[in-house]
Ligand binder design. Structure first.
Ligand code: GDG
Length: 463
């Protein structure tokens, strides 16, 4: 079998096991590549005045990482523009935030073509290629144009929007047509998959058969749902390590007998942080007995801060958390500890473990790995309770969580009360079922399922 070539916007340097880089994608992919003698290609994160297409290589841990620098204009139009100001909000149902500017389209097309030019010489006949996420939807088409006949799969880490929303995108048809240049297109959830089916059959005039083969634009491809999992083994090892233990003890001390609700997210409007704060406020308003007995620790790691909507959500959260703290705090109790910094993965494991509740309430999320990490970090004898949004892909797999509607303050407030009162036997029973799923459907199972489905596709004649 040939090598696995992974192409994604950003890559993690080899040996980055502490998880200095934030984002589920990075953590999942380094685990997936370790076993496949893989090459991982992407943007270095750096920009230069003019594009040179010069590759830099780093090797380590059985993985070769190849990166290329982009131009400043690429960063603005492709990364901050089309990827994060057009597609990200649209795919997370925020058409109010989605910007449709032609310069963004051009930047997106340009960078996909540049990536394809740069990666093309690395591709050998036996290799198979796995492209990741919304930044690189046209990559398959660009590679085909350059004569790549190898098997190419695409995986979307974020939701696929409902058809009526998706058609607000001016070039929606072109984007979907480009997906038909892959051999396999994978989604996180059945929900995302069925939204895509809907587009194919209702908008593109195509068909999808019972095995998930879709035909449209004169081509047939395989579709499937491949829910991403945690690098469970490594994460659990980290959770048992010294650093995690140190943080657990440090958190225990700082609880001072109080119970902690914990949230950990990239600071992103899709994560429902403002709604979460307001639901917690509702809980405090309805539950005077909880005052001084409970607090919410929200770690919100700053992200994409060159994009205006991210500056706005950050300012709003400062305002809302400050207002709630002002209204409820006492001389020795602050109801929300709101922290804008990042922690190492093993530190996070210790923090999760100290939380009586893991509060994971995105308004839309492809999967959400934090929900799985919270579960994996719990004490089997005395686990905490996961509260999970029905709009996270993870909800399809984690029915034993307290599943809530994140738009309803009352619903979330009720779940907080229920979680804090839940008897140990019920907590253990729910946790065991959740943990079983986290272990079975881990990142290795995800990779294996995707790769097997890709390799099952017939080979094309070389271009
Ligand atoms: C996208 C999709 C999908 C957070 N703060 C810190 C930190 N994190 C880590 C978490 C977790 C990851 O970042 C976040 O992953 P999520 O899955 O929750 O969300 P996205 O970043 O939006 O990821 C998502 C995912 O891709 C994978 O397909 O699940 O739906 O949106 O691992 O722990 N990590 C560290 N310090 C922090 O402060 N080290």
């Amino acid at each position: 079998m040939g090598r696995l070539i992974v192409i994604s916007n950003r890559v993690s340097p080899p040996g980055d096991e502490t998880g200095a880089s934030v984002g589920g994608l990075a953590m999942a992919l380094s685990a997936a590549l370790r076993e496949h003698n893989g090459v991982w290609f992407g943007w270095s994160g750096r920009t230069t005045e003019t594009f040179t297409g010069q590759l830099s290589f780093q090797r380590g841990g059985g993985v070769t990482v190849a990166t290329v620098d982009l131009e400043d204009q690429d960063r603005q139009e492709y990364y901050n523009g089309y990827a994060n100001r057009t597609l990200w909000p649209l795919f997370h149902y925020r058409i109010d935030l989605s910007a449709y500017e032609r310069s963004f389209d051009e930047g997106y097309a340009r960078v996909n073509a540049r990536f394809a030019d740069t990666v093309r010489p690395l591709v050998e006949p036996q290799d198979f290629i796995w492209v990741h996420d919304y930044h690189l939807i046209p990559m398959g088409r660009e590679l085909r144009r350059r004569g790549v006949g190898n098997r190419i799969g695409f995986f979307l880490h974020i939701p696929w929007p409902a058809r009526r929303l998706f058609t607000t995108l001016p070039n929606h048809r072109e984007l979907v047509e480009a997906l038909f240049d892959y051999d396999l297109v994978g989604f996180q959830s059945e929900d995302a998959l069925s939204a895509f089916h809907d587009y194919v059959t209702q908008e593109a005039g195509g068909t999808v058969d019972a095995d998930g083969q879709a035909t449209a634009f004169g081509r047939t491809i395989q579709l499937g749902a491949f829910p991403i999992g945690l690098d469970a083994e490594t994460f659990m090892e980290a959770a048992e390590g010294e650093v995690a233990r140190g943080w657990r003890e440090r958190m225990q001390k700082s609880l001072a007998g109080r119970r902690m609700i914990v949230g950990v997210d990239r600071l992103d409007y899709s994560k429902g942080l403002e709604e979460r704060f307001l639901a917690y406020e509702e809980y405090l308003a309805r539950t005077p007995a909880a005052h001084e007995q409970v607090f919410l620790l929200q770690v919100a790691t700053p992200s994409r801060d060159e994009v205006p909507a991210y500056q706005e959500i950050r300012a709003r959260l400062d305002g809302v958390s400050g207002r709630i703290n002002g209204a409820f705090a006492t001389a020795d109790w602050v109801p929300i500890r709101y922290v804008n910094r990042s922690y190492r993965r093993d530190e996070l494991a210790g923090i999760y473990r100290a939380g009586a509740i893991g509060l994971v309430t995105p308004l839309r999320d492809g999967m959400n790995l934090v929900a799985k990490e919270y579960v994996a970090a719990q004490d089997p004898e005395d686990p905490g309770v996961l509260i999970l949004s029905q709009f996270a892909g993870a909800a399809e797999q984690m029915a034993e969580a307290l599943v809530v509607n994140p738009f309803s303050r009352e619903d979330v407030s009720d779940a907080i009360r229920r979680g804090l009162e839940m008897p140990r036997a019920e907590r253990v029973r729910r946790w065991e079922a959740l943990m079983d799923g986290v272990r079975t459907h881990d990142v290795v199972a995800w990779r294996d399922a995707f790769v097997a489905a890709l390799l099952a596709r017939p080979e094309r004649a070389a271009g």
